[in-house]
Ligand binder design. Structure first.
Ligand code: FMN
Length: 335
């Protein structure tokens, strides 16, 4: 019996749920082609950062002012600001080249945290041919004056600001640290997010005991990290309009299957592809197919969300109730 692996994410029809998340693997046409050859359903390009956009604009502005200072007539030799190649042209070129080279959907990624003019790049990203935009709001509220209400409002404004400029769908990659995650997810969806990517993984700084210095440390994920997205996807399935992508800790076909059962529309991978290479996609797709065949599932649509909080036999398992039971059931040779 054949299994129908198709799924929809951001309104895009995908042949199966495995998507390459933003990482160096999606940053060049060569590796994008390798991902497509391995059967990836869609790709998310590495992020274009607010800092890159703002830096480019400031550099161009500076150049213009410098030139204009040399002589009053010189100003006329400088093109108007809007015609000046201030934007991160290399990124827009990557989108264009990726669209030419690939038949799978290409999702661009914008990474920033302050409301402002830099979000105007969204329209250029759409014009460059991207099928969707993933907005990664990488903001750490480190000031004692930052209130949670203000931080939440910042997210909402950024999503509104990007979404209103484009016709293509906008997904938001969010951190798991909101005090009221479900409410925030619903507000982001209402603000124009067609998809939620759960979750953004902040790089955590580490202390180097030799150098007595603080340095960020990029550690790839393991399957242990999966459960954070698993819980929230299960809780949010059926409760928000936005489609749901899982990112963080998906390494095996079992991981992918669990996330789909919880209610993910697609599963994004970075670490496992960086460790095992693009060919791993084939293993995951056939592993998912085999699991479904064994249990008589006919489609991903049938599987998706069948263990979400709304559908599972014990909804409290996703909330606090099992906390006490789980702690009490823990055993060790020392207790
Ligand atoms: C080397 C590396 C580079 C990454 N670059 C980006 C990026 O540019 N933008 C982004 O939103 N996420 C980026 N990520 C995060 C991944 O897209 C992904 O969300 C995260 O690694 C969790 O998924 P995983 O467990 O499959 O690795 C990067 C991750 C790694 C390991």
């Amino acid at each position: 019996m054949s299994v129908d692996l198709r799924t929809r994410y951001l309104g895009l029809e995908l042949p199966h749920p495995i998507v390459a998340s933003a990482s160096p693997l999606t940053g060049s046409i060569d590796s994008l082609k390798r991902l497509q050859a391995a059967g990836v359903a869609a790709v998310v390009l590495p992020s274009l950062f607010e800092e890159q956009i703002v830096h480019d604009e400031m550099a161009a502005h500076h150049l213009m002012l410098q030139g204009a200072d040399l002589s009053p007539e010189a100003h006329g030799f400088f093109p108007e600001m809007q015609n000046f190649p201030t934007g991160p042209d290399a990124y827009l070129a990557l989108i264009g080249d990726a669209k030419k080279a690939l038949s799978v959907p290409v999702i661009a990624s914008l990474n920033g945290c302050t409301p402002g003019g830099w979000t105007g790049i969204a329209r250029k990203i759409e014009d460059a041919g991207a099928d969707a935009i993933e907005l990664n709001v990488y903001f750490l509220a480190a000031s004692v004056d930052d209130t949670s209400a203000a931080v939440e409002q910042r997210y909402i404004e950024l999503v509104e600001s990007v979404a209103k400029q484009v016709r293509i769908p906008v997904a938001v990659k969010v951190p798991p640290y909101f005090s009221a995650m479900a409410n925030m997810a619903s507000r982001l969806s209402n603000a124009g997010a067609s998809g939620l990517v759960l979750f953004n993984r902040f790089l955590q700084p580490d202390i180097d005991l030799e150098e007595l210095d603080v340095a960020p440390h990029l550690v790839l994920s393991t399957s242990d990290e999966l459960r954070l997205a698993l819980r929230w996807i299960a809780i949010l399935r059926g409760r928000v309009g936005a489609s749901l992508a899982a990112t963080g800790g998906a390494h095996t076909a079992d991981d992918v299957t669990k996330l789909l059962l919880a209610g993910a529309d697609c599963v994004m991978l970075a670490s496992s592809l960086l460790i095992k290479g693009p060919a791993h996609i084939t293993t995951l797709v056939s592993g998912l197919q085999a699991w479904m065949t064994e249990r008589d599932y006919v489609s991903v649509a049938q599987l998706k969300g069948s263990l979400s909080q709304q559908s599972c036999p014990d909804p409290s398992a996703f909330e606090r109730a099992n906390y006490m039971k789980t702690l009490k059931s823990y055993t060790s040779e020392f207790v």
